[in-house]
Design a protein around this ligand. Structure first.
Ligand SMILES: [Fe+2]
Ligand SMILES: [Fe+2]
Length: 478
């Protein structure tokens, strides 16, 4: 009996007819399950979890909820519907029909783009694997596991592309995606933020707010790709990514709401005395995960980004919003540190070389809208304190500001000044210890919330908040 069938792997890529792909997946799938059992949510693999599974790309197939044990989750392979007669919408190849196969000259670059995206998916599952043990509620635990299985599905999506279109190299890369490990010295994940520890729920919610949102922008840019299967895969992934950012944004929103209630009770901002998370600590975690996520867009000035754009491989988010899709003539004015002095100097960067920065602009605006909603919670409760996105120069390890120090307003600091102020900007060891101390054990009584977070306004899929989203008895009924 084969492990690969339409029943086990919901798909719209004609898997039952594609023997070559079936064989490749048959080899890979047991390794994926081994990886999932080893690196997926620790301690909860035999629980029945109320999860959404995509079984087709239409609205109904998408909203399929049931109790399932995570290792039995049906990870599917879906492409968004094809756009008839789709043409490449940007770059030197604008107006040409999209490619249904990989053009030979772009093979290595496309493979690299897909592997880099694919590597982030299992990485985040690894980063989050212990969090079930400290969840603030069953509702939140279920959301964590939903995010985890969907990142697993995103991995499947990228593995499909590698195995279907990149032959033997693709099959090797698909194995490599299961071999690297987040935070491992010898075989780390490819990108920095995906090697950072994510050991408490404040980090998890900042991660899904800021790091998954980088994912959204990368997927939007790849959705423009002239390689049509990549475009269609990423368009479908975006529907799942929206839920991950929902978990982050509303999660932090609920923490802010609870903190604001505790501030009233305490009659000051020091809510630690009442077992809450103070705004200063929330701000430091925000500074950390936002700056780590900004790095994921790559350097402000990038010849790689220029060539991805020129060759129609990776566009801008929502390319149709821009007037000029060739971007040969435009410039992007940018403050660039002068070599040596580090003094800022205005430079006009050719637009194509600034494509990472253009994508980052959209991301920053999107983050700001979320922060505005958190600040509205504070304002509505009568507090003057606001949360803020730090300057893009702050705490950067990639790009033109890396190797320099800035405060959160973007003012240059010496190494000594930075060392003295670091713990005022970023979570200190004491802050981390405090946040962890609030999350010593999982809150698993249905409907109950940890003291540091407000309940959500509603449950999942019209179920009440106090629904038993994760079952302890091994039995589950919707
Ligand atoms: Fe993902
Ligand atoms: Fe995600």
């Amino acid at each position: 009996m084969t492990a690969i069938s339409n029943e086990k792997i919901p798909n719209n890529v004609n898997l039952s007819e594609d023997k070559k792909l079936q064989r490749a997946l048959e080899q890979w799938q047991p390794n994926f399950i081994n990886w999932w059992n080893e690196m997926g949510p620790e301690g909860f693999q035999s629980r029945n979890v109320y999860l959404r599974t995509a079984i087709s790309t239409d609205v109904e197939g998408w909203a399929h909820y049931d109790f399932v044990r995570m290792p039995e989750y049906r990870w599917g392979i879906f492409l968004a519907d094809a756009v008839p007669d789709r043409k490449i919408g940007f770059g030197d190849v604008i107006g040409q029909p999209v490619w249904q196969d990989v053009p030979g000259e772009h093979r290595n670059t496309l493979r690299r783009l897909i592997v880099t995206q694919g590597d982030t998916e299992p990485a985040s599952v690894e980063q989050q694997r212990m969090l079930g043990h400290s969840c603030p509620s069953l509702y939140d635990m279920r959301n964590l596991f939903q995010v985890n299985v969907e990142e697993g599905r995103h991995l499947w999506a990228m593995v499909y592309l590698l195995q279907r279109f990149f032959g033997r190299d693709g099959r090797e890369e698909a194995e490599g995606l299961l071999e690297r490990r987040s935070g491992n010295q010898d075989k780390p994940r490819i990108l920095g933020a995906f090697n950072e520890p994510c050991e408490d729920w404040l980090s998890f919610m900042m991660f899904t707010m800021f790091t998954d949102r980088d994912g959204k922008y990368q997927l939007l840019a790849l959705a423009e790709s002239g390689f049509d299967p990549l475009s269609r895969t990423t368009r479908f992934m975006l529907t799942e990514e929206a839920h991950h950012m929902f978990v982050g944004e509303t999660g932090i929103g609920r923490i802010v709401q609870r903190t604001s209630a505790l501030m009233k009770e305490a009659k000051n901002e020091d809510v630690r005395t009442l077992g809450g998370i103070d705004l200063a600590t929330i701000q430091k975690y925000l500074n950390l995960w936002y700056s780590l996520s900004l790095d994921l867009f790559g350097s402000e000035i990038s010849t790689n980004a220029a060539s991805f754009f020129a060759s129609g491989l990776k566009g801008r988010a929502k390319e149709e919003k821009f007037a000029d899709h060739v971007a040969m003539e435009g410039v992007y004015p940018m403050d660039v540190p002068k070599p040596g002095s580090g003094e800022m100097q205005r430079e006009e960067v050719p637009l194509r070389s600034a494509m990472n920065e253009v994508l980052r602009d959209g991301y920053v605006d999107d983050c700001q809208r979320g922060v505005d909603r958190w600040n509205k919670v504070l304002r509505d409760a009568g507090h003057a304190h606001e949360l803020k996105l730090p300057s893009r120069r702050f705490h950067r390890q990639q790009g033109i500001f890396s190797g320099m120090h800035f405060d959160t307003n973007g003012n240059r600091l010496t190494a000594e000044q930075w060392a003295a102020k670091r713990d005022a900007f970023l979570p200190s060891a004491a802050d981390r210890a405090y946040v962890k101390s609030l999350q010593g054990k999982a809150i698993v009584e249905p409907g109950k919330m940890a003291n540091w977070i407000a309940p959500p306004p509603r449950g999942v899929n019209a179920k009440p908040v106090e629904f038993e989203y994760v079952r302890t008895d091994g039995q589950g009924q919707a």
